[in-house]
Design a protein around this ligand. Structure first.
Ligand code: NAP
Ligand code: HSE
Length: 429
């Protein structure tokens, strides 16, 4: 029986380079374990002159992307270029040509997922993206297969390694933001354009994918409210620590009433919460359901080697299906559902105000919150006179009401600046 599968790879940077090295170096051990002979036929890159950490036979490395799709000896395509347009068109072409596709590209899946899944279904081939969320953590397969029968209620997670690495370095070592980002890039955690990481867009794409699989309702990248860590200050991180919180960038996807809310933003999270101790590029994802209770998936969320492991798992899965000659159906189907606007989501705020410390100021500030229907949980003052800072934590209220309170604050004459806002994740009201 023929067990050879020709593999074509688009992109050989951090993840693609690690994958090619594994496929070449571990070819015989993979064959011994799986019965599959995975042969790298072509690897497309942009710059043929760049040094590579892998060795392939002459002619395998190419700058002709289309040859990866067109080569009749390529049975399976792996997309590791990144981006949504060019990569998406190549993936679509491969699927339409009847070739299964594996990708780690969360931006692509979250923006063009339905079209690509439909194309895969038309051709009866697999479209797999385990590595698109959580790097080396198995999370897509558990959600779409093992938990397919669970009416998931909530997914909460740290899903971006770069930002968690930066926040950890800032909180634990007092490191500078720019230095920490440069270090994350050096270690291969960051996206080709790291703006996607620090702006929360990368986590938003992952949140969209997790939500779509968890709830069976398609949630696209543009449906996810997101904020990043670029506006966080070390002042707030220090206050958070003094008050018993860590600051983390989290993705939340939850059922609220009859709808679904999906969002990404920094939160202050109590130090005894399991997510507070997730350090460096590690990711962690909680899944809650009425029957299964709470599940936690954790592990390396970024970096070439762990991500290549997830890609390789998909390659083996798709190769098995190809050799079995099976007509592959999508692992999950999506039905229409309502998205809850972020303004309707109950949130708790920590807000840092720069004020003139004068009699009556606190009453005016309390009135600004009160007239928006937001109740204040606690207030701390730091400093005095024109250097005074008020640190306020509210009770839970609709996000829109919290924003109305912030707008009302503009009328308080002694308020010099709303210096920052961070939402608070806690079980308390
Ligand atoms: P990367 O290091 O920048 O690698 C991108 C690769 O694509 C490079 O080999 C590049 O060629 C090639 N490429 C780019 N544009 C091309 C074009 N127009 N034609 C041909 N080749 C092109 O990126 P990466 O970090 O490996 O990420 C790749 C994908 O994996 C992204 O979708 C990312 O979101 C995802 N991902 C990354 C990680 C991670 O930890 N890095 C984890 C999970 C998922 P050259 O080498 O010649 O420049
Ligand atoms: N840039 C991403 C991160 C890679 O830092 O999490 C993993 O998807």
């Amino acid at each position: 029986m023929n067990t050879t599968i020709g593999v074509g790879i688009l992109g050989a940077g951090t993840v693609g380079g690690a994958l090619v090295a594994r496929l070449v170096d571990e070819r015989s051990s993979i064959a011994a374990k799986t019965g599959l002979d995975l042969v790298v036929r072509r690897v497309a890159v942009k710059d043929l002159n760049k040094p590579r950490d892998f060795v392939v036979a002459d002619g395998v490395l190419t700058d002709d992307r289309n040859s990866v799709i067109d080569d009749p000896e390529i049975d399976l395509v792996v997309e590791l270029m990144g981006g949504r347009d060019l990569a998406g068109d190549l993936v679509l072409a491969a699927l339409e040509a009847g070739k299964p596709v594996v990708t780690a590209n969360k931006e692509l899946v979250a923006s063009r997922g339905p079209d690509l899944i439909a194309a895969a279904e038309r051709s009866g081939v697999a479209f797999l993206f385990e590595a698109a969320v959580g790097g080396g953590i198995p999370i897509i397969r558990p959600l779409s297969e093992s938990l397919a029968g669970e009416p998931v209620e909530r997914v909460l997670g740290i899903v971006n390694g770069t930002t968690n690495f930066i926040l950890t370095r800032m909180a634990e070592d007092g490191a500078d933001y720019a230095d920490s980002l440069a270090e994350a890039q050096e270690l291969g955690y960051a996206e080709p354009d790291p703006t996607a990481d620090v702006s929360g867009a990368d986590a938003a794409a992952k949140a969209a994918i997790l939500a779509s699989l968890a709830f069976g309702t398609w949630v696209g990248l543009d449906d996810v409210y997101h904020e990043g860590i670029d506006a966080l200050s070390s002042v707030d991180m220090a206050f958070a620590s003094d008050f018993g919180y860590a600051v983390k960038l989290v993705a939340v996807a939850e059922r609220l009433g009859t709808g679904v809310s999906v969002r990404v933003h920094p939160v202050m999270i109590p130090l005894d919460h399991p997510l507070a101790s997730i350090r460096g590029a590690t990711n962690a994802i909680f899944i809650e359901g009425p029957s299964v209770g709470e599940l936690l998936f954790s592990g390396p969320g970024a970096g070439g080697a762990p991500t290549a492991t997830a890609v390789l798992g998909d390659v083996i899965d798709a190769a098995r299906e190809t050799l079995a000659g099976a007509q592959v159906a999508p692992r999950i189907r999506f039905s229409p559902g309502d998205l809850v606007p972020f303004g309707d989501v109950p949130t708790k705020w920590y807000i840092r105000l720069e004020v003139d410390d004068r009699p009556g100021v606190l009453a005016q500030i309390a009135a600004a919150f009160g007239s928006a229907g937001v109740s204040i949980k606690s207030v701390w003052q730091e400093g005095e006179g024109s250097e005074a800072l008020l640190l306020i934590v509210t009770h839970r209220a609709r996000e829109a009401a919290q924003r109305e309170a912030a707008r009302n604050l503009r009328e308080v004459e002694a308020l010099r600046n709303v210096a920052s806002v961070i939402r608070v994740e806690s079980d308390e009201p």
